[in-house]
Ligand binder design. Structure first.
Ligand code: NAD
Length: 432
């Protein structure tokens, strides 16, 4: 069975499937198709499927110019029909793994994808879970669902976990050249998956088990979350002591060893850093260990939108304006620079907090034309008009295309949470 599948992988006749065609699944499917595999993307979202089949990309990291020829040549197609799994040799699962309100893992998307997969599962398949999750998911949740079909892992089919490490908007590292860690339920599973990825991606890093592969991703994202928490706490301390935190970080980063700069900001955002570490803390609680670094960093990072709202209110007060009734213009609502993703974006919290205090909010973001808020949808307004008009401008996301010189020169008051106005010294600028 293993040799047969490996042969199909080597000669690129293996029929490849990707379940979940979002920020992770689409770039991955594109790499498989570019390498020469026939690829089927399966997604529940009919509108994404339709756009894909028209060769139109909805993900910033995948240019339509790259996608369209793959679709036109028949190398990549999309469908909402799970029964196509019957004809697939491999399946990568890239569905969301959010948190519930209680901060417990929401595994419903993974479970639902695996239920569909199990219906059409057949021998000789390679299945790889890529959704970020707690250690143990592949062995304890996915494997039993697939073995219920009567097939045996390592013999009849191959099951692995491979963390997705894509960094949307990163021009240097993308799916192709980010090393791919993979760990299987058995050594045979790891071998098949390593061979599969090595056909399309530059570097493959096999590890000894699914749990190791799952934990690698959590270490990486917990490392980021905690370091951001540390530097955010540093920003709070510096604010109290009247020290410029940005200058400190810049000088500390000149140390050529033993220091890695992280930067403070208005809070964490996105589908990964604010969420993934809580998958780990949920799991470790079951083992009787409290993940104290994670809880503490989560608390500090969660305070940042409140700190920013207070900073705006105080800055307005210092200019003799109450926050109530003031026009505040928010620049950037995506969770990070140069992307269109607003999931968990701290901008949403800052806007909500300022609205509650009676401010009138407008926003600009070249990547987000409309924002869904509690009170309904709001359309972006052009920054050129809003910046000179607003009582206060708040820079939440430092998109490169914003005209920061104009902001520094024209805004009556600016609260800059990203040091985007580095080099400008107008008295109207208030830094984090
Ligand atoms: N976005 C990132 O930067 C990033 C980076 C690394 C890892 N991850 C992880 O990758 C996983 C996917 O994240 P994403 O950002 O690509 O999410 P996404 O929301 O962009 O895409 C998920 C896709 O899955 C589809 N879907 C949901 N349930 C489905 C089901 N049962 N069957 C078929 N399709 C289904 C959705 O319609 C959507 O198109 C998550 O676990 C996330 O933590 C994300």
């Amino acid at each position: 069975m293993q040799e047969f599948l490996e042969e199909k992988i080597r000669d690129k006749t293996a029929r490849v499937g990707v379940i979940g065609m979002g920020y992770v699944g689409l770039p991955l499917a594109v790499e498989f198709a570019k390498a020469g595999f026939p690829v089927t993307g399966i997604d529940k979202d009919q509108s994404k499927v339709d756009r894909l089949n028209q060769g139109e990309s909805y993900i910033g990291d995948v240019p339509t110019a790259v996608l369209a020829p793959l679709v036109a040549s028949g190398k990549l197609r999309a469908s909402t029909d799970f029964s196509l799994i019957r004809r697939l040799d491999t399946v990568n699962i890239c569905v969301p793994t959010p948190l519930r309100k209680t901060k417990d893992p929401d595994m419903s998307f993974v479970v639902s994808a695996c239920e569909e997969l199990a219906k059409y599962f057949h021998s000789g398949m390679l299945v790889i879970l890529e959704s970020t999750t707690y250690p143990g998911t592949t062995d304890e949740l996915v494997l039993p669902m697939l073995e219920e079909t009567g097939l045996k892992v390592g013999k009849d089919f191959f099951l692995c976990f491979s963390p997705e490490r894509v960094d949307p908007g990163n021009p240097t590292y993308q799916t192709l050249n980010i090393p791919k860690v993979v760990g299987g339920c058995t050594p045979e599973c790891t071998e098949v998956a390593a061979l599969f990825y090595s056909q399309s991606l530059e570097t493959v890093v096999p590890v000894s088990s699914t749990k190791v592969a799952e934990m690698v991703k959590l270490l990486e994202n917990t490392f980021r979350m905690i370091n951001i928490g540390l530097v955010n706490e540093m920003a709070l301390m510096c604010d109290r002591m009247g020290i410029n935190v940005w200058e400190i970080i810049e000088a500390a980063a000149t140390k050529p060893f033993g220091f890695m700069p992280f930067y403070p900001g208005p809070g964490l955002g996105g589908h990964c850093i604010p969420i993934d570490p809580f998958y780990l803390s949920w799991k470790t609680k079951q083992a009787g260990i409290e993940a104290r670094f994670i809880e503490l960093a989560g608390y500090i990072n969660g305070q940042m939108p409140h700190f920013v709202a207070d900073k705006v209110q105080n800055a307005l007060n210092d200019h003799g304006k109450p926050v109530k009734g003031s026009h505040i213009h928010v620049m950037g609502v995506a969770y990070k620079r140069d992307i269109d993703d607003v999931r968990e974006s701290p901008a949403l919290d800052v806007i909500m907090l300022l609205q509650r205090r009676g401010a009138k909010i407008t926003y600009s973001d070249p990547y987000v034309s409309e924002l869904k808020l509690d009170g309904g949808a709001v359309k972006a307004s052009p920054a050129e008009a809003a910046v000179p008009e607003a009582d206060c401008v708040v820079i939440i996301t430092d998109h490169q295309s914003f005209d920061y010189k104009a902001v520094a020169e024209q805004a009556k008051l600016v609260v800059d949470t990203r040091n985007a106005l580095k080099g400008f010294s107008q008295p109207s600028i208030v830094r984090l």
